[in-house]
Design a protein around this ligand. Structure first.
Ligand code: PBG
Length: 324
């Protein structure tokens, strides 16, 4: 018979054949696991909207780290949740604050673990905004100074990578200059370059206690409808010296992962954010979906779109599945 169509199914015939032609893979080295650290001892508070994710005190963090290391996860993203919050987020750049203590503890016990510091003020301010406020507005340039101080304090505490997430203009160059001046020119910046004002951060704000007390973040985080603006954001961060580019949230904005991949040659990071996790968990706990397959399909989707790395609350489960 004369061939009149393509036989795509030839390459799908068996598991071995499918393995042979698979284009993308999720590896444990691709995963970054977020951690929430609180003051006190013996604390392991499960976040109600994020089953399996906990606020940890330093002692329970030490236990958790052993498990994370044993699973082969090699990078964590640190969020500190201090008791004392004030208008200027002082605890963000206090060398003895909870975040800095947690980073020192991890680096002492596990020097090879990559500690990534989320560099923002919203977990540390009493108003819950990501910068200092004047007359109801988050002021850009004054906030930059505090971000620079925060990054230096985090680097002193052992952070291997600084990940600024607060979306002030010029935050990459401000942090780069502050780090360089303090002798941390070797510390890379993983910029939350394309970060949207998103309802997908809802559960995170319960975990980090960082819900804004008035207004919203729309004057500094991006409008969900905009893609070209995301390319401008990323271009600014590259020009300012970013070493990695994050897209956040990941799932509903996977087109932005692809766009960044096509436009920039830096490592691209997809942040599989809190509500993306909560939705999967809720459905899984109801027995409505196959959690493992849903999660793995999502993560390989990030890889297919062009992400090199994935920040995900599923990291521990994924590491277990991959090890099987
Ligand atoms: C800001 C920050 C947020 C998240 C990570 N860093 C919250 C926000 O911008 O409101 C959200 C992450 C998630 O939802 O998982 N420090």
């Amino acid at each position: 018979m004369v061939q009149t169509f393509d036989r795509h199914r030839r390459l799908r015939k068996s598991a071995a054949m499918r393995n042979l032609v698979r284009e993308n893979h999720v590896r444990v080295e691709d995963l970054i696991y977020p951690l929430f650290v609180v003051e006190g001892t013996g604390i392991k508070n499960e976040i109600p909207s994020m089953p399996g994710v906990y606020q940890l005190s330093l002692d329970t963090l030490a236990e958790e780290m052993k498990e994370i290391v044993a699973l082969g996860i090699q990078a964590v993203l640190m969020f500190g949740v201090p008791v004392h919050k004030d208008a200027c987020g002082t605890e963000a750049y206090n060398d003895d604050a909870i975040t800095q203590q947690a980073m020192r503890l991890i680096k002492e016990a596990h020097p090879e673990m990559l500690v990534i510091a989320d560099t923002c003020l919203c977990e540390y301010t009493d108003h819950g905004h990501c910068g200092v406020i004047h007359e109801g507005e988050v002021v850009n340039d004054e906030t930059l100074k505090l971000l620079g101080q925060t990054a230096v304090s985090q680097a002193k505490a052992g952070a291997d990578i600084i990940a600024p997430s607060n979306m002030m203009d010029g935050f990459v160059v401000a942090i780069r200059e502050a780090l360089d001046e303090a002798g941390f020119e070797h510390i890379p910046i993983m910029s939350y370059a394309v970060k949207y004002a998103s309802a997908f951060y809802g559960p995170f704000r319960d975990a980090a206690g960082s819900t804004p007390q008035f207004g919203d973040r729309k004057s500094y985080q991006m409008d969900a409808a905009n893609a070209r603006e995301g390319l401008r954001e990323a271009a600014s961060d590259v020009k300012e010296g970013a070493d990695f580019l994050i897209v956040k949230p990941g799932l509903a904005f996977m087109d932005m992962v692809l766009r960044l991949r096509e436009n920039f040659n830096l490592p691209i990071v997809a942040y599989n954010v809190s509500a993306e996790y909560s939705m999967v968990k809720a459905a899984a706990l109801n027995g409505w979906i196959d959690e493992e397959r849903i999660v793995m399909e999502t993560l390989v989707g990030f890889k297919r779109a062009g992400a090199d790395l994935i920040i995900t609350y599923h990291a521990k489960d994924v590491a277990k599945w991959l090890a099987r």
